[in-house]
Design a binder for this molecule. Sequence first.
Ligand SMILES: O=P(O)(O)OC[C@H]1O[C@H](O[C@H]2O[C@H](CO)[C@@H](O)[C@H](O)[C@H]2O)[C@H](O)[C@@H](O)[C@@H]1O
Length: 272
Amino acid sequence: MTNPTDELPAPRVEDDALLEHLRRAAGAERLLVALDFDGTLAYFTEDIAASRAVDSAEAALETLAGLPNTWVAVISGRTMDFLHSAVDPHRRMLLSGSHGGEYDLSILGPEATSSGIELGSTQQTLLDQAVSATRDLVDRHPGAVAEYKPGGVAFHTRTLENPGDSDEALATMHAEFSALEGLRITPGEMVMECSVLTSDKGQAVTALINAVQPDVTLFAGDDVTDEHGLAVLGPDDLGIKVGPKDTVAPYRVADPDAMGAVLAQLAELRQG
Ligand SMILES: O=P(O)(O)OC[C@H]1O[C@H](O[C@H]2O[C@H](CO)[C@@H](O)[C@H](O)[C@H]2O)[C@H](O)[C@@H](O)[C@@H]1O
């Protein structure tokens, strides 16, 4: 069997401080490599079902997941169903979906606790109201898309017939979600999401650290929701922002291809 990283160009990380931190991370006894998905491993696409990790990242994660004392995790706002089908079909990773609402830790063995989402009746009523408001707004904005999740719903504007209406449509969705008491509202890239859950990616990173007990954790993300995850990292850990948004992370890369190069470099260093 060929090593996936053998088929790719040599990784190039040009930020010396990041490269030095990657070297230290690669030498850790136990290493957790946790990534956001959309905007971090995958470029944005119009069809939300079609996005996939860039080849370099996918190959590096495959290599890392096969190394001893090394755990790969994806922590995403996506549903667990999407993560299973599109991100980790071979079940090599730890997964958290719905912004920390769902977990699949089954690679750690039968004693690890995986959990889905079960809503109480009050939560279900609230979610039904949010779904109804989202459907109404989709009907008023041709090209808009509703994405349904076990604990929430997302209103997408990337495919609007009138792209200039996006900001106003997102603001309307925000206002309508705000009128429903108890929803957690999460703006994102051409999306307005809400959830009846209270979890966030900081809780997800913490849960995975507790489960794996790593000496070093890498977490990378591109959006506001990822800041919760970046904020819980310790001084030896490695926080990376993908793209231009404000961040608490000490390191930054431009896009998913650059993130793929970082992961390939890490895989090469840890294999060595
Ligand atoms: O936590 P993430 O893995 O970053 O997921 C955040 C949301 O990403 C998805 O929406 C974004 O990507 C779509 C596909 O590229 C794009 O069309 C959309 O405009 C973006 O907002 C996903 O659909 C959401 O469920 C995630 O919560």
